[in-house]
Design a protein around this ligand. Structure first.
Ligand code: AHR
Length: 514
């Protein structure tokens, strides 16, 4: 019989000289799709007690600011593959209602490109990352949308934008060329060959109009897709020099009650990034290209996609407006996995230059709302907001990590503790760590190199997200059931620059030194 030790252990050595990369602020992006209640009764609800003149919920704007989300990907997702962007501009009383095939809903088009740009301004000048429809549409439509959005004036579509109230162009830099075109569920799904051919002509055409765009080509919808790898290779072979990013999407949930593997989901995400990076490198070498392509991890999260909450409405006469869809309520365990995914993105900051948490409000989201009622923070809100606040503008340092192992059915033995360190622009050092073990706390030691120590000063604080009930959640009626708490096990030896603290089983921790 194997005995479970009473304590696991892990050590992280942080040295100022070994940098991975600067943290791109786009790493803290999120995603607003016309799906369920993300837009309608999420960010936009005219008549809500906190709604402003534009119908934007002020309580949600305040929470989005607190979350620290940067770039917002819009308007989908699967939704974009049947979307006619022009339906969502112009006088609201003339905008058509349309069927949305992706989510079996009715789209009222009361919110569109202008509303999104305006909402982003109000949140704090956040960047818009726009997706074009390459499902039911193609080159001409992508060019039309680009003209409407980015040309200052003097042409049919740019003047239409001005007449619709936006005198200045939206100047959108980052564009997604379709969404999950590898997925058989996608409206207008394509083979890698067909998508590669289409996307290279769309990218070239868009660049003819606006050469400095940053273009994201669709990679695989998950690491486990049967076409994974071959898809990236084929598409990049055709479009490599014309694009700047390849996308990755990944969602995690426990399967058959296997919590040990679920808690180690970061291992899969890390492998996914490394596999895509290898494909980018191989393509670059084969094409003898001087151009660099990075990863936009533009959908990531925990998502209980097999659950009832993710079932589309059904029936030829049943196309509801803004139905309750994908409204997952996240537990402590989910937030720990989520925090681990953020650690993994940071560790790969040299290759991942943009990422979008899918999604922002109500739909697999850190922020929940009740129509006409309150807005509140899910458990996952905290790892995001704290990581964004401490790591934005910083530099990831090479994580020299050694950890006790935990065994998982899916990934074998993995590090029980995963961690990363970020040097802040203000000279602080932040360490983010998770204990993936289901039952064993870990003694975690962080050793700070001498010159970092002098820069980082001597105060150490740590906050831990944990609960004895790993299924504890925040709900409308218990909005603050789970919040991060000060970790009072921290010991700091200034002489040796060693921080020691206990990471409870199934926990996420941020350590801040300054
Ligand atoms: O985020 C929910 C959905 O997940 C998106 O619409 C799609 O791109 C992905 O499959």
């Amino acid at each position: 019989m194997t005995r479970t030790p009473s304590m696991n252990s892990a050590q992280l050595i942080v040295d100022n000289d070994f940098e991975v990369a600067k943290v791109n602020k786009r790493l803290f992006g999120s995603f607003v799709e016309h799906l369920g209640r993300c837009v309608y009764t999420g960010i936009y609800e005219p008549g809500h007690p906190t709604a402003d003149v534009d119908g934007f919920r002020q309580d949600v704007i305040d929470l989005v600011r607190e979350l620290g989300a940067t770039t917002i990907r819009y308007p989908g997702g699967n939704f974009v593959s049947g979307y006619r962007w022009e339906d969502g501009v112009g006088p609201k009383d003339q905008r058509p209602r349309r069927l949305d095939m992706a989510w079996h809903s009715t789209e009222t088009n009361q919110f569109g490109l202008h509303e999104m740009a305006r909402w982003l301004d109000k949140v704090g000048g956040n960047e818009l990352m726009e997706a074009v429809n390459l499902g039911t549409r193609g080159l001409e439509d992508a060019m039309d949308l680009l003209e409407y959005a980015n040309i200052p004036g003097g042409t049919k579509l740019s003047e239409e934008r001005r007449a619709n109230g936006a005198d200045k162009p939206f100047d959108i830099r980052m564009w997604c060329l379709g969404n999950e075109m590898d997925g058989p569920w996608q409206l207008g799904h394509k083979s890698a060959e067909d998508y590669g051919t289409l996307v290279s002509s769309v990218a070239a055409g868009m660049r003819q109009m606006d050469p400095d765009l940053e273009l994201v080509v669709c990679g695989s919808s998950s690491h486990g897709m049967p076409t994974f790898g071959a898809w990236e290779e084929t598409v990049l072979s055709k479009a490599y020099d014309l694009v700047d990013f390849v996308s990755c999407h990944a969602y995690y949930q426990p399967h058959d009650g296997d919590m040990a593997s679920f808690l180690a989901s970061g291992v899969d995400m890390d492998g996914f990034i490394k596999d895509v990076a290898a494909t980018i490198d191989a393509t670059k070498a084969r094409l003898k290209s001087k151009h660099d392509v990075f990863i936009s991890f533009d959908e990531w999260n925990v998502w209980y996609s097999d659950a009832e909450a993710s079932r589309n409405p059904e029936g030829i006469g049943n196309w509801p407006v803004a139905p309750h869809l994908l409204e997952d309520v996240y537990s402590v365990a989910d937030a720990v996995v989520f925090g681990d995914l953020m650690i993994t993105l940071l560790k790969n900051a040299d290759r991942v230059h943009a990422a979008s948490l899918a999604q922002l409000v109500n739909v697999i989201a850190p922020i929940m709302t009740e129509p006409g009622g309150p807005a509140w923070r899910q458990t996952t809100f905290y790892p995001f907001s704290i990581t964004a606040r401490l790591a934005k503008g910083g530099t990831v340092l090479e994580p020299k990590l050694s950890s006790s192992q935990v065994s998982t059915p899916k990934y074998g033995d993995v590090d029980g503790v995963n961690a990363v360190a970020v040097r802040g622009a203000d000279g602080s050092v932040s360490v983010f760590a998770v204990n993936r073990s289901l039952d064993t706390p870990a003694e975690f030691e962080v050793r700070i190199g001498e010159d970092l120590r002098s820069k980082a000063g001597l105060t150490v604080e740590a906050q831990t997200l944990h609960d004895d009930d790993i299924n504890a959640k925040n709900t409308r009626d218990a909005q603050n059931r789970v919040t991060p708490q000060a970790n009072d096990t921290v010991e700091f030896d200034a002489q040796s620059g060693t921080v020691k603290l206990t990471l409870p089983a199934v926990s996420w921790t941020a350590i801040y030194m300054k």
